[in-house]
Write a protein that binds this ligand. Structure first.
Ligand SMILES: Cc1cc2nc3c(=O)[nH]c(=O)nc-3n(C[C@H](O)[C@H](O)[C@H](O)COP(=O)(O)O)c2cc1C
Length: 333
C-alpha cells in the first residue's frame, strides 16, 4: 500500500470515519485505508492523562499506511493537552482533535468530552495551548449542546470562541448530549438530530471548515450535505458496520480521484497484514472482527460472518481461515 503522508488534510476531511472507542483501532483503520485512499481516519479517543501522566505511549501506535490519520485526545487541562499533542505530533499524526462530544460517565468525571460544551472558554484555552505546542492542525469535535442548553445560542458562541483561537476545522455531531439519564449508546440515538442548525453554522462562519456528523449512513447523503455547502461529512457506525458500502465508492464520488475499490481485493490485501500480525503473536480475531460487515447485504454474507466469528478466536488461526471464509462467497469465485 502507498503511504499518503503529504495529503492535503482539508481535502481529505471531505469525508472522515469517526473516532470510535474500541472500534477504530489500528487494524480497523488499516482495513478502512485499503477501502479508500482518501478518507480521513480518526483514532479512538486517547486521554491526555493516560499519555502524559501514565506514559501509555503504546496508545499512539499506528501503521504508516494509515495516513492521513488524526488522533483524538480527551482532556481539559491546557498544559497537559499541549504536552499530549506534542507526543502525537512527534509520533507522526497528521492532526490532533479535541473531544468535546463524548458523554460517558468515565469521561464526565475527568471533566472532558461533551461537558466541555458548557465551558467554551476552557476549550479555547486548550486549543490555543495545543496549537502553540504543535504545527499539525488542531481541530475540535463537538455536539450542538448539552442538557437544557439552547443550541441556537450556545453553539454559535462555542464556535466563535474556538474559531478565535485560529482553529480552522470543526466537526459537529448534530445532536445534544444529555449528561444525566442516558447511556452513551442512547446519547447517539435519542437526542434529535438538527442538521439544519449545522448548515446555518456554515452560513454564519463561512471561513471555517465545518463537518457534519450523526446518523449519516450513505455516500448519497454525504454528497447531499456537501452539495448544500458543508465542507465535510463524518460517518461513524455505518462506516464500521458496512465499511464497503460507505468506503468503496468514496474516492471517485467524494474526491473525484481514483477508482472504486473491491471488497474481495481488499480482503486479499489484508492477508499479508494478518499474517504479520498473527506471526508476531497477535490474534486473528483482533483483525477480523472489523471485517465482519464487509459483505453485508450480499449473497454469502452470513457464511462469511459466521466462519470468521465462530473460529477466529481459536488458537492457531491465521489467514487460511479468511481464505476459507472468502471461498464461501459467490462474489469471490
Ligand atoms: C462504539 C462507539 C464509540 C465511540 N467513541 C467515540 C470517541 O472515542 N470519541 C468521539 O468523539 N466519539 C465517539 N463516538 C461517537 C462517534 O464518533 C459519532 O459521533 C457518533 O457515533 C455519531 O455518528 P454516526 O451516527 O455516524 O455513528 C463513538 C461511537 C460509537 C458507536
Amino acid at each position: 500500500m502507498t503511504i499518503n503522508k503529504d495529503k492535503n488534510i482539508e481535502k481529505s476531511a471531505r469525508l472522515s470515519v469517526a473516532p470510535m472507542m474500541d472500534w477504530t483501532d489500528r487494524h480497523c483503520r488499516y482495513l478502512h485505508r485499503l477501502l479508500s485512499k482518501e478518507v480521513l481516519l480518526y483514532t479512538e479517543m486517547v486521554t491526555s492523562p493516560a499519555l502524559v501522566r501514565g506514559g501509555a505511549m503504546h496508545l499512539l501506535d499506528f501503521n504508516d499506511e494509515e495516513h492521513p490519520v488524526a488522533l483524538q485526545l480527551g482532556g481539559s487541562d491546557p498544559a497537559e493537552l499541549a504536552a499530549a499533542a506534542k507526543l502525537c505530533e512527534e509520533r507522526g499524526y497528521d492532526e490532533v482533535n479535541l473531544n468535546c462530544g463524548c458523554p460517558s460517565d468515565r469521561v464526565q468525571s475527568g471533566t472532558f468530552g461533551a461537558v466541555l460544551m458548557r465551558s467554551p472558554g476552557v476549550v479555547a484555552d486548550c486549543v490555543k495551548a495545543m496549537q502553540d505546542a504543535v504545527s499539525v492542525e488542531v481541530t475540535v469535535k463537538c455536539r450542538i449542546g448539552v442538557d437544557d442548553q439552547d443550541p441556537e445560542v450556545v453553539l454559535p458562541d462555542f464556535i466563535e470562541k474556538v474559531a478565535a483561537t485560529g482553529c480552522k476545522r470543526i466537526t459537529i455531531h448534530a445532536r445534544k448530549a444529555w449528561l444525566q439519564g442516558l447511556s452513551p449508546k442512547e446519547n447517539r440515538d435519542i437526542p434529535p438530530l438538527d442538521y439544519d442548525l449545522v448548515h446555518r453554522m456554515k452560513a454564519q462562519f463561512p471561513d471555517l471548515h465545518i463537518s457534519i456528523n450523526g446518523g449519516i449512513t450513505t455516500l448519497a447523503e454525504a454528497q447531499d450535505h456537501l452539495a448544500r455547502g458543508l465542507d465535510g461529512v463524518m460517518i461513524g457506525r455505518a462506516a464500521y458496520h458496512q465499511p464497503a458500502d460507505v468506503l468503496c465508492q468514496a474516492d471517485p464520488l467524494i474526491y473525484g480521484t481514483g477508482q472504486a475499490t473491491d471488497p474481495v481485493d481488499v480482503v486479499r490485501q489484508m492477508l499479508p497484514y494478518i499474517e504479520l500480525h498473527v506471526s508476531g503473536g497477535g490474534k486473528l480475531g483482533q483483525v477480523t472482527r472489523h471485517m465482519l460487515g464487509l459483505f453485508a447485504g450480499n449473497p454469502g454474507a452470513r457464511q462469511w460472518r459466521r466462519i470468521l466469528s465462530e473460529n477466529a478466536h481459536k488458537p492457531g488461526m491465521g489467514p487460511e481461515l479468511v481464505e476459507e471464509a472468502l471461498a464461501a462467497l459467490p462474489v469471490a469465485a
